[in-house]
Design a protein around this ligand. Structure first.
Ligand code: SF4
Length: 235
């Protein structure tokens, strides 16, 4: 099946357990202020590929991935924009006995979400913010999709890691952490929460695309703040 990807990396270590083959799909409906991959936004750009071709590449790393408890991660962009392609890729990966992880914001229709979750072992779910207004401010989208994918993943008993980018002045509050703790209490399939410090490594891409980077004056969070927030996360 045909799909459009931005790129892939063969030895990812941060997007799921173990060593990961990470595919970054092209296309995203969100416009996160801190996005470090704005070059993935436009759909039907990037490299055209097929799930068959990708699987044959991934297979070469299979022993390495399986020995480290790793597998295939699909990230983006927003992978659910090409749900059919990702579902097919994951289905083929499962046939090869590979662990599959989906890195997503959840912004898509329920049918598309379900079709991919069917073949997903781990959901790396971006929180963005637990506050509906802040979510909208940061991403331009409604928070409803986030709540819906939580329910759909629970129905299918898919393990979830929640991930929050800590952006000073936006999501660096204890209130945000308390709300995340409450979500974790509600869903027994959430096994981990990761706090990722905001960084500006993608700022130059905004400039290259002629886009205004609104967080140019925002600093990375202090280590002390990260420690405080991490300590406030419930076990
Ligand atoms: S969801 Fe990801 S790729 Fe899309 S705008 Fe936000 S950070 Fe960028």
């Amino acid at each position: 099946m045909k799909g459009f990807i931005h790129s892939y990396e063969t030895c990812g270590a941060v997007d799921g357990p173990g060593v990961r083959f990470v595919v970054f799909t092209q296309g995203c409906p969100l416009r996160c202020k801190y996005c470090h991959n704005p070059d993935t936004w436009a759909p039907n750009k990037g490299q055209e590929t097929t799930s068959e071709d990708l699987i044959s590449k991934i297979e070469r790393y299979k022993v390495f991935m399986n020995n480290t408890g790793g597998g295939l991660t699909v990230s983006g962009g927003e992978p659910l924009m090409q749900a059919e392609f990702v579902a097919d890729l994951f289905k083929k990966a499962k046939e090869q006995n590979l662990h599959t992880a989906l890195d997503t914001s959840g912004v898509s229709s329920p049918d598309r979400v379900k079709s991919v979750l069917e073949h997903t072992d781990l959901l790396l779910l971006d929180v963005k913010s637990t506050d509906p207004n802040m979510y909208k401010t940061l991403t331009g989208a409604t928070i409803d999709y986030f709540h819906r994918i939580l329910d759909l993943a629970e129905e299918k008993n898919v393990e979830i890691w929640l991930r929050l980018v800590v952006v000073p002045g936006f999501t660096d509050t204890l209130d945000e952490i308390e709300k995340i703790n409450a979500i974790k209490r509600k869903y027994s399939n959430i096994s981990k929460v990761e706090l990722l410090p905001f960084h500006k490594m993608g700022e130059f891409k905004w400039a290259e695309l002629g886009l205004k980077y609104e967080l140019a004056d925002t600093m990375e969070p202090e280590l002390e703040v990260m420690n405080t927030l991490n300590n406030a996360l419930s076990e």
